[in-house]
Design a protein around this ligand. Sequence first.
Ligand code: PGA
Length: 245
Amino acid sequence: MQVWVANDYDEMSRQAAQLIADLIRKKPTAVLGLATGSTPLGLYAELVRLHQQEGLDFSRVTTFNLDEYWGLADDHPASYHRFMWDNLFSKINIRPEAVHIPSGVAADLDAECARYEEQIRRAGGIDLQVLGIGHNGHIGFNEPGTPFSSRTHRCVLTTDTRTANARFFASMDQVPREAVSMGIATIMEARRILLLANGSNKAAAIGAAVHGPVSEEVPASVLQRHPDVIVLVDRAAAARLQKAS
Ligand code: PGA
């Protein structure tokens, strides 16, 4: 694992965007794996700026998002479909048909999960997967205890995760209890992984992911087994790292 410590959130976001921009310039048909949540908002704002001011071209890029809440339609204000269109896709020149996000309302969930895996395969696999991390070490919506062999699947959210995400909903009751997420094996097939975290409330999870035992109880610890992972964090999230560059 490479560990990069940025001075603050803005620098972390700029460095992440630069990594993605370099990939797209080198490989205009790059396949990106994308994440939602507060962490990548600065990254997406910077990618929009690079598109608008420096002509970064997304016209041949393909994307696959990690997850979606189960039960939320694409146009629900708190859906990850809406999040991605509002914060990134509507502001860059990506082709709508090149955007992939699991459906939270598929009639046949198993078929939807299989279809998602097949779409990733047909696109040639993911070149660079962006990840955030939960306080409990989750990646995507793969909560502690999720098998490392998991593929795209329906998952039950922990109370910790629902509480952390309640800020996006009117009340805790409205926070979905389940989601559809790429599995851990799906994520591990990405050729390169960029794990982002900022803030002191992520320091313990980052410490456990990087230095802790590799265990299904800390889903992000599996990344220690991946050959090309960049952990890019701000100083606050680096507080529990033993050595940082
Ligand atoms: P956050 O979520 O970016 O909103 O902190 C990250 C996650 O739960 O994976």
